[in-house]
Ligand binder design. Structure first.
Ligand code: F6R
Length: 242
């Protein structure tokens, strides 16, 4: 596990954009795993800037998002499809058919999950997976207690996760109760993982992720067992690591 300590959110985003753009330059057909939420917003802005400055192109890249809420269609401004379009895809040159996000309104969600796994395999697996981390240590929407052997599946969101994400919705009641997420094993199959963590609120969880035992109670601790993980975290997030 490589830990890169940066000053703040801006530096975290810059470091991450440098890593991802180098990968893309080295392999234009990169299979990139993406995340949503507040954490990668700064990174996506910087990637868009680099694209606009003709430094990088996503024309041949493929993307797979970690997760999507169940019950929100693509036009819903809280769906992760909508988020990805607005935060990144519509500003860069990636053909939309090369982007993949689980379909939250699939009638057969189990089939949607197994199809998603198949699609990832068909592309040769994920070269580099970007992660954020929940306050409770979730990665994707794999909440505490999720088996490490899980593949893409439907989950019930923790109450704490719904509350944390309520800031994007009109009210807590509007936050979906379920999501489709890549499983922990799906994430661990990625050739490389970059996790971004910012802010003091995540400091004690991050301390466990880096220095604690590997436990299902804090899903991100599994990353200790991945051969190629980089955590880019700011001083506040790393404030409990001694
Ligand atoms: C989002 C995702 C989640 C978030 C996590 C942190 O696709 O998979 O695991 O990364 O909930 O969210 P933020 O960045 O909003 O603190």
């Amino acid at each position: 596990m490589q830990i890169i300590k940066v000053k703040d959110y801006e530096e975290m985003s810059k470091k991450a954009s440098d890593i991802l753009s180098d990968k893309l330059k080295g392999k234009p057909k990169l299979v990139l795993g993406l995340a949503t939420g507040s954490t990668p917003e700064g990174l996506y802005k910087l990637l868009i800037e680099q694209y606009k400055n003709n430094e990088i192109s996503f024309k041949q890249a493929k993307t797979f998002n970690l997760d999507e809420y169940v019950g929100l269609d693509r036009q819903d401004s809280n769906s992760y499809y909508y988020y990805m379009n607005n935060q990144l895809f519509k500003h860069i040159d990636i053909p939309l058919e090369q982007t993949n996000i689980p379909n939250g309104i699939a009638t057969d969600s189990d089939k949607e999950c197994s199809d998603y796994e198949k699609l990832i395999k068909e592309q040769g697996g994920i070269d580099i997976q970007l992660l954020g981390m929940g306050l409770n240590g979730h990665i994707g929407f794999n909440e505490p207690g999720t088996p490490f052997t899980s593949r893409t599946h439907v989950v019930t969101l923790d109450e704490s996760t719904r509350q944390a994400n309520a800031r994007f919705f009109d009210s807590l009641d509007d936050v979906p109760t379920n999501a489709i997420t890549m499983g922990i094993e799906t994430i661990m199959d990625s050739k490389e993982i970059v996790m971004l963590v910012s802010g003091e609120a995540k400091a004690s969880t991050l301390q466990q992720v880096i220095q604690g035992e590997v436990t299902k109670d804090v899903p991100a601790t599994i990353l200790q067992r991945h051969p190629n993980v980089t955590i880019i975290a700011d001083e506040a997030a790393l404030s409990k690591v001694r």
